[in-house]
Design a binder for this molecule. Structure first.
Ligand code: MN
Length: 490
């Protein structure tokens, strides 16, 4: 049988450019992993190396750096072969060894139902705070494991599918990797809800195909109108909705299981050169096709909590058919698909001025993790706070200078103050929201512009603890008050 798992194919499929040094690292890891897994088989009967190959290819396609690609190739070597971490560190580098070790440790987490879900997430997040690339390798690993799930016994299938749905898909979403989340959920769906899946598939019938066909029909009309105003899209394509998210949508009260009321079964996606063009195109579309009231969503001006940006509008197109159109720039598109991986890739290529993890600023909750780990008293509270802070909806508020602060829903000005700086929190005396004085315990709303008034003499009071929502603020207040130190997290 011809060997398709060659280095040449690997680079060809990944389709990315590397300098000589990077190429050498990847090449060395490729040969090393292939040799280490020699003779081993996957449950499918294929050579084991296909798993390392596939995992690492996903990582390369996300645009991650050579060390992460190498670690992706090596990720099961320490686990499943006699080669130890020390040997990997010696052969390659401290950094690659660290990544492989992190993935191996995460691999020891086993999902045993909802009750230990939080504990698993905690470990994931801590790994993430250490180095986000460990978690990205784990996510790529999970994609291939889900793709080959049919070869495992049913009891294992169900456990792994549940773990994927409860842990990995939400994690992907939180990291802004919308496409990954959709793919993972769709792969879990038939294993966890087989009956519902079958029913949905028959409900869908030809509807995806019909809508896509219709979008293809109106595409030239749209392109022509845009061209009149000198707008030439980088790309224009239709995307069909992921089936799991469709199923969830059908279950909402608003839709009431009527698939004909779902207007984005297929949506038109227009990728443009600039934000200005996006708004210009929106105007052109609304002049041509009347929008449905209340269905225009401007996630460019106000991104979703996970960073997603795009303009969505639903319009009565030709023949009165209702369609959804999504408008975004190329960068937004890349980020919507690959989220945090895209940020990483951008910064590695030196595009933004600050490199590496600096771009994680947007995901301030990642940064908070280490603080929490050392500050929050009692592991129960730590876990509760993780659950609350990471999975409830979040709001964006602004400093008077326009900096965005990411807070959980229900957060008050005191949370804002501590999110900006500990000193601002500790000396907070009053607050203006949208230029009006408000009480410190008044919950903030999305888009609020918040100004904190401080005085040197002001000190935190115990009462603040009753309306501070974030664990960051609470723990800093406690520290300032000198309480709660007895019960540190170990
Ligand atoms: Mn693996």
């Amino acid at each position: 049988m011809e060997d398709k798992l060659t280095l040449e194919n690997f680079f060809k499929e990944g389709d990315k450019n590397f300098n000589e040094a990077d190429k050498q690292v990847i090449e060395k890891a490729f040969d090393f992993a292939k040799k280490a897994h020699e003779g081993q088989k996957r449950a499918s009967g294929e050579p084991y190396f296909i798993h390392a190959y596939s995992t690492s290819l996903t990582i390369m396609k996300w645009g991650l750096d050579a060390d992460t690609i190498a670690a992706g190739l090596l990720h099961d070597v320490a686990e499943d072969t006699p080669v130890g971490i020390d040997k990997i560190k010696k052969e390659f580098s401290e950094n690659i060894g660290f990544l492989v070790d992190g993935v191996t440790k995460l691999g020891k987490i086993k999902y045993r139902g909802k009750e230990n879900q939080v504990e698993n997430l905690r470990k994931m997040f801590l790994a993430m705070a250490e180095d986000i690339r460990v978690v990205l390798i784990k996510l790529a690993d999970r994609i291939h494991n889900m793709q080959t799930l049919q070869y495992l016994p049913p009891s294992k299938q169900l456990r792994i599918a549940r773990e994927t749905l409860e842990i990995y898909a939400p994690l992907g979403y939180r990291l802004g990797m919308g496409e990954l989340k959709g793919i993972l959920e769709d792969m879990c769906f038939p294993y966890i809800y087989p009956e519902e899946y079958k029913k949905l598939m028959s409900q869908i019938g030809n509807k995806f195909a019909e809508t896509t066909h219709y979008l293809e029909k109106v595409k030239p009309i749209l392109l022509e109108e845009l061209a009149h105003e000198n707008i030439i899209p980088i790309s224009i394509h239709s995307r069909t909705k992921h089936v799991y998210s469709l199923w969830k949508k059908l279950k909402t009260k608003e839709i009431g299981d009527n698939i004909n009321r779902v207007y984005d079964l297929a949506a038109m996606r227009i990728v443009l050169n600039s934000v200005e063009e996006c708004y210009h195109a929106l105007g052109i579309i609304h002049k041509m096709w009347k929008p449905l009231p209340g269905k225009i969503k401007d996630y460019i001006a106000v991104p979703k909590p996970n960073g997603y940006q795009s303009i969505h509008t639903t319009v009565f197109a030709t023949d009165g058919k209702i369609i959804e159109i999504q408008i975004r720039t190329a960068k937004m598109h890349e980020e919507a698909e690959n989220g945090i991986a895209a940020h990483w890739a951008y910064s590695e290529q030196g595009k933004p001025e600050s490199g590496g993890m600096a771009n994680l600023k947007k995901f301030s909750w990642v940064k908070q993790l280490k603080d929490w780990q050392s500050n929050v008293s009692g592991s129960d509270e730590f876990m509760k706070s993780l659950k609350i802070d990471t999975f409830k909806h979040r709001i964006f508020v602004f400093t008077p200078k326009g900096d965005v602060i990411d807070l959980p829903e229900g957060a008050t000005p005191i949370d804002f103050a501590y999110a900006v700086h500990t000193d601002i929190g500790n000396h907070c005396m009053g607050t203006k929201v949208n230029e009006k004085m408000v009480a410190l315990d008044k919950p903030l709303a999305n888009w609020d512009v918040v100004e904190i008034i401080t005085t040197k003499s002001k000190k935190p009071s115990e009462g603040w603890l009753s309306f501070a929502k974030t664990s960051q603020a609470k723990s800093k207040i406690r520290v300032a008050l000198g309480i709660g130190k007895k019960d540190h997290l170990h």
